[in-house]
Design a binder for this molecule. Structure first.
Ligand SMILES: NC(=O)C1=CN([C@@H]2O[C@H](COP(=O)(O)OP(=O)(O)OC[C@H]3O[C@@H](n4cnc5c(N)ncnc54)[C@H](O)[C@@H]3O)[C@@H](O)[C@H]2O)[C@H](O)CC1
Ligand SMILES: [K+]
Length: 480
């Protein structure tokens, strides 16, 4: 089952793969026409009631497949108010071909007549709230009529975000929905057909620009609403935690703090005035620090644990103890990964190993990315956590659902790119489900690396990625 907004992600991913929405609309329209044939004999009277969005567009396409019916096509509103180019192009095609179309200016002009079948294509996944006019009047007429009511995608008035049905929704006899069923359809007293509209499986498997649609930023948000990240890293190394923390800011987090041993804290601060550094005693993370860090972590949306911590026994012991105390979302990277298989934690972990680290954790890998995806999925299920396994094709799995990211290039084998990825994942995990955070982070950091290499060739360094992350996250072009 897919919600309306998930459908939007998949649909834009299909466009990114070369199957644009207009092509999908042609398939949808064809499927609507097939459903008409299934419920009305050739020659029967069929009235199409089209809204001004793409739901209406589907039915305007269907009209071209229904020449052997006694057809009427009603547009609710003026053609100038059609909201998308592809729906308007399909309206224009009906005009050029001189189909019998009518415009309904307002509710008082709506007259359904007495057709054998009515196609309800007023509103689909674009609805918000109860039906307004003239849709409300049209819906009441459809529901009151003797006609068979065939709804396109969802009955107009059903909100595919959560399955709620408006009081004035169309009472459909049949629904032809696209690609996958939608929330609320199974509760209806209507026959539901799911039509394949030619969306490739890859649109759901591969992370593509449609996934960026999940990113939103509330204009009314305050400092902190978009995430506070705590990076626990550093000791033997200083660059890694600084990279992760700066990447978390580039990933959209509002506040990023770094907890690090006192001797390296100043150096980490020196890399960027944007960071807040919280020093603790000693040269490396060790068990005595855990109490304070656990309290600090509880005040953050996500924890990024591992960058530059090193693998001293005391450090790994402290990592395990911290995870045992923590019940939020933590991105675990680098040396901290080795602790994960044996740790008992209520936290949601997003582990970001490369393939060697994966094997070190007890997982298996394969040169064939499809096999690798299966292996990662079953290992994620064993661990009970989300994995983001880095490679030429990154694999993200929560043990049930698995995605593959194809952005990135061989220039990114340079040191520090993993720290950037962990930081961006930590930022996104403040506002997204872990699996989406990991998928989008892999896509955007890979895309950032591709943009840098496109511009300047190989020889990129991890700091180059930082500036390139925001455009990779936020500036994808969407089409209709
Ligand atoms: N893969 C796909 O997802 C495909 C979907 N297709 C079809 O497109 C619709 C969704 O189209 P969209 O243009 O986004 O929205 P709608 O047509 O549902 O409606 C937009 C339209 O409605 C107005 N509006 C919103 N709420 C109300 C209301 N309560 N009362 C009245 N009017 C309202 C809003 O202002 C807009 O003007 C999807 O369902 C599929 O049918 C394509 O086939 C391509 C593939
Ligand atoms: K509809």
């Amino acid at each position: 089952m897919l919600t309306g907004s998930e459908m939007g992600v998949v649909d834009e991913n299909a466009a990114a793969l070369g199957v644009p929405r207009k092509q999908l609309m042609e398939s949808s329209g064809n499927a609507v026409a097939q459903a008409v044939r299934a419920h009305a004999d050739t020659g029967a009277s069929v009235t199409v009631v089209a809204g001004r969005g793409n739901n209406g567009g589907d039915a305007l396409v269907a009209a071209r497949f229904l020449d052997d019916y006694d057809l009427r096509v009603l547009l609710l509103g003026r053609p100038e108010t059609i909201t998308t180019d592809i729906a308007r192009e399909n309206w224009d095609a009906l005009q050029s071909a001189e189909y019998p179309t009518e415009q309904v200016g307002d509710a008082s002009q709506f007259a359904l007549g007495d057709p054998d079948l009515v196609v309800d294509a007023m509103l689909g996944t674009g609805i918000s709230g109860a039906l307004r006019e003239p849709e409300a009047t049209a819906a009441a007429a459809m529901t009151a009529s003797d006609a068979t009511v065939l709804s396109v995608d969802v009955p107009s008035g059903l909100d595919a975000a959560d399955g709620t049905l408006a009081d004035n929704a169309v009472d459909a006899d049949h629904v032809v929905t696209f690609h996958d069923t939608k929330p609320g359809l199974s509760d209806l007293d209507a026959g539901v057909t799911v039509a394949d509209i030619g969306i490739p499986e890859a649109a759901e498997l591969f992370v593509e620009r449609g996934d960026l649609r999940r990113l939103t930023r509330d204009p009314a948000s305050h400092k902190g609403d978009n995430g506070e990240v705590l990076v626990v890293g550093g000791g033997p190394y200083t660059g890694a935690p600084a990279l992760s923390a700066q990447a978390a800011l580039r990933g959209g987090a509002d506040l990023v703090r770094v907890a690090a041993p006192e001797p390296v804290a100043r150096e980490i601060q020196g890399y960027s005035e944007n960071l807040i550094v919280r020093p603790y005693d000693g040269d490396v993370l060790a068990p005595p620090h855990v109490d304070r860090l656990a309290d600090l972590a509880a005040d953050h949306d996500t924890l990024v644990l591992g960058p530059g911590l090193g693998d001293a026994d005391a450090t790994l012991e402290a990592v395990a103890a911290l995870l045992e105390r923590f019940d939020g979302t933590a991105v675990v990277d680098a040396d901290a990964l080795s602790v994960v298989p044996d740790v008992d934690t209520d936290a949601d972990l997003v582990c970001t190993p490369h393939q060697e680290e994966l094997v070190g954790m007890g997982g298996e890998t394969s040169d064939d990315w499809r096999e690798r995806a299966d292996l990662v999925e079953s290992f994620a299920a064993d661990l009970g956590h989300t994995l983001l396994v880095k490679g030429p094709y990154d694999v993200v799995s929560d043990g049930e659902r698995t995605r593959v990211n194809r952005t990135g290039n061989p220039g990114m084998t340079v040191g520090g790119t993993g720290d950037v990825l962990a930081g961006v994942t930590g930022a996104l995990a403040c506002v997204q489900e872990p699996r989406h955070a990991a998928s989008i982070a892999a896509y955007a950091v890979g895309g950032a690396g591709d943009a840098v290499v496109d511009e300047r060739g190989y020889g990129l360094v991890a700091t180059d990625l930082l500036d390139a992350v925001p455009p990779a996250l936020w500036s994808a072009d969407a089409d209709d």
